[in-house]
Every structure is written in structure tokens, then in C-alpha cells.
Design a binder for this molecule. Sequence first.
Ligand SMILES: *[C@@H]1O[C@H](CO)[C@@H](O)[C@H](O)[C@H]1NC(C)=O
Ligand SMILES: *[C@@H]1O[C@H](CO)[C@@H](O)[C@H](O)[C@H]1NC(C)=O
Ligand SMILES: *[C@@H]1O[C@H](CO)[C@@H](O)[C@H](O)[C@H]1NC(C)=O
Ligand SMILES: *[C@@H]1O[C@H](CO)[C@@H](O)[C@H](O)[C@H]1NC(C)=O
Ligand SMILES: *[C@@H]1O[C@H](CO)[C@@H](O)[C@H](O)[C@H]1NC(C)=O
Length: 288
Amino acid sequence: MEAQMRIILFLMVIISSATEEVKNLTSTEGGSITLPDPVKEKGYLSFKRTTIAAVNKGEVEIEVDIYINRLHWDKNTGLFTITGLQRSDSGIYIVDSKKGRIFTKSYKLTVYESVSTPAVKRLSVSAESCILLCSVEKAEETTLLWYKDEEILNQSSSALSLLLTVHKQDFSSSYRCVAANPAEKKTLPVNITTSCNEQNDTDNSDDTNTRYYFVTGIIISIVFAVFVVLIAIIAKKKCLNKTKTTIRQTQDLVNTDTDVYYTVCKYLVTDAFRTSEPHKKMILRSQR
Ligand SMILES: *[C@@H]1O[C@H](CO)[C@@H](O)[C@H](O)[C@H]1NC(C)=O
Ligand SMILES: *[C@@H]1O[C@H](CO)[C@@H](O)[C@H](O)[C@H]1NC(C)=O
Ligand SMILES: *[C@@H]1O[C@H](CO)[C@@H](O)[C@H](O)[C@H]1NC(C)=O
Ligand SMILES: *[C@@H]1O[C@H](CO)[C@@H](O)[C@H](O)[C@H]1NC(C)=O
Ligand SMILES: *[C@@H]1O[C@H](CO)[C@@H](O)[C@H](O)[C@H]1NC(C)=O
């Protein structure tokens, strides 16, 4: 009877230690994480079943090269810290303490992309209400939320933008748009009085867009104009040169008739164009 009890107790200990839960840890790209359980005297840190560091007699030895500048062990606290986190650092870490306080702890680290800062713009405003759009550049694993004080008014996951309709009587409340993933949160406070002010029509994002298209248009026009002028100069040079000789040669046969000049030039312009370098290359390529 006593033996049976012992076996049951023994099994219970094994089961409880085996099902000891894995601690979830989160961080963002470029950030750092400190594993919360210390190795004070002797122990190991492993990642995906590979030992990456060993602690013994107050010294740490990093066993995997890629961690040499990124893994730190604090002699005083006994805590491991990994810096410069990448998405590929996500996975299971195990801290194994072999002396003093003996334990084995597992952590599941998830490294998230850094959350992009939300931006708010006004879509429309009427006598009764104002419609605002909050948006982010990257939506992966990101939740967008509209808050009025502590109340969530609208929310959506993995969407690039989220609408909010504010009624006139609520204009004095305080609003904010929040972009969040499990590791990070970015908040943009929105003053409805200013954002929904009809006088305020300097919409920054549209402004930069228009400027961008404007500048691109000008550059394209300039390049095109330069190209046309170059072609004209080349053609004219060849034309005048050739025409002069043609005219000289045919002076007694034909009068210096404008018709002849025009025909010769027309031929030469197309000829000059055809023999210009990019065209030669294109012709060669299409012949292969
Ligand atoms: C850790 O995250 C997993 C999902 O990734 C979840 O199922 C589990 O309940 C979480 N554990 C704790 C202790 O929060
Ligand atoms: C919440 O967002 C969705 C999608 O952006 C929109 O269709 C809906 O009208 C919004 N609700 C409120 C109360 O603004
Ligand atoms: C919004 O801005 C206006 C003018 O700048 C100010 O008078 C008002 O108190 C602000 N409202 C909130 C809710 O912060
Ligand atoms: C105009 O609106 C933007 C946000 O849309 C705000 O940041 C800015 O302070 C407003 N300017 C004025 C003069 O109200
Ligand atoms: C102009 O014609 C002369 C002789 O006819 C020739 O030697 C010269 O290369 C020509 N120049 C051009 C730019 O075609």
C-alpha cells in the first residue's frame, strides 16, 4: 500500500514537472530580451536544443559564434540577455541551472516586427459628423483601435486602415488611434476639434503625393525635350551637310528647289534615327 502511494506520488512529481508551462515572452525586431530566471553558479542556456552558452564559476562561455556580441550574462544577477533581436530568434529557449537553485525553465520567445506609427486623416465632414481614417504602413500582426477615453469604438486586425465616425456632440471628447501587436503599442492622440476643422485643408499626405507626381512629370518632360533637341541637332547637321553636297553635285541639273531639300532631309532624319546606337542594338537583338 505504502509502495503504491510512493509510486503514485513519484508519477505525480514527474507529470507536474513535465507539464510545467512554457513562459511566453515577446519582443520586437532590434530590441532585446532578458530571460527572467537566473543561473548563479553553473548552468546552460540553449536555443532550439543547441547549447549556446555555458556558465561555470562566475564565467560565461558563448558556444555559438553568432551570439558572441549579442548574448550577455550578468555576473551579479545571473540573468541572460539577448540583444539585436531578429525574427529568426523566435523559438524555445531553455535555462538549465545545475547548482544552487536547481531548475529547468523553458521560454517561448516571439519576436514581432516593430509597429508602424499610425497616421490620421479626415475623409469628410458634415453638419452632424466627421469621418476620420487611421492608417498604418504595415498591417502584419497589427491591430488598429480607435479609443474614446478608455472605450474602444472600432477595431480591426491586420487591416491597413480603420474608419471612425464622430458625431458633433462628441467633438470635445478625447480620441486616440492605437496600433498594437503583442509586443508593442503606438498611440496617436487626435484632437477632433482641430482634425475636423473645415478650415484645415492642408492634408499632408495628399500634398506630398501631388508634389511627387508634379516633380516626376517635370523630370520626364525635361528628359523628353532634351532627347528631341538632340535628335533634331543630329538630324540637322547631317541634313545640312548632305544637302550641301547634294546640291553642289546636282546644281546644273536641278534648281535648288525646296522640294528636293525636303525629300533629302526626310530621308536623312529617318536614316539618322535608324542608325543611332540604341536602335542598332534593338535591331541586332530582334534579329537573334
Ligand atoms: C503562450 O502562447 C500560446 C500560444 O502561442 C498559448 O496557447 C499559451 O496559453 C500561452 N501561455 C501563457 C502562459 O500565456
Ligand atoms: C469601423 O471600421 C469599419 C472599417 O473601417 C467601418 O466600416 C465602420 O463604419 C467603422 N465603425 C464605426 C463606428 O466608425
Ligand atoms: C483641441 O484643440 C483645441 C485648440 O487647439 C483646444 O481648445 C481643445 O481643448 C483641444 N481639445 C482636446 C480634447 O484636447
Ligand atoms: C490640421 O490637421 C492636422 C491633422 O489632420 C493637425 O495635426 C494640425 O494641427 C491641424 N492644423 C490646424 C491649423 O488646425
Ligand atoms: C559632312 O560631309 C563631309 C564630306 O561630304 C564629310 O567628310 C563629313 O564627315 C560630314 N559630316 C557629318 C557630320 O556628317
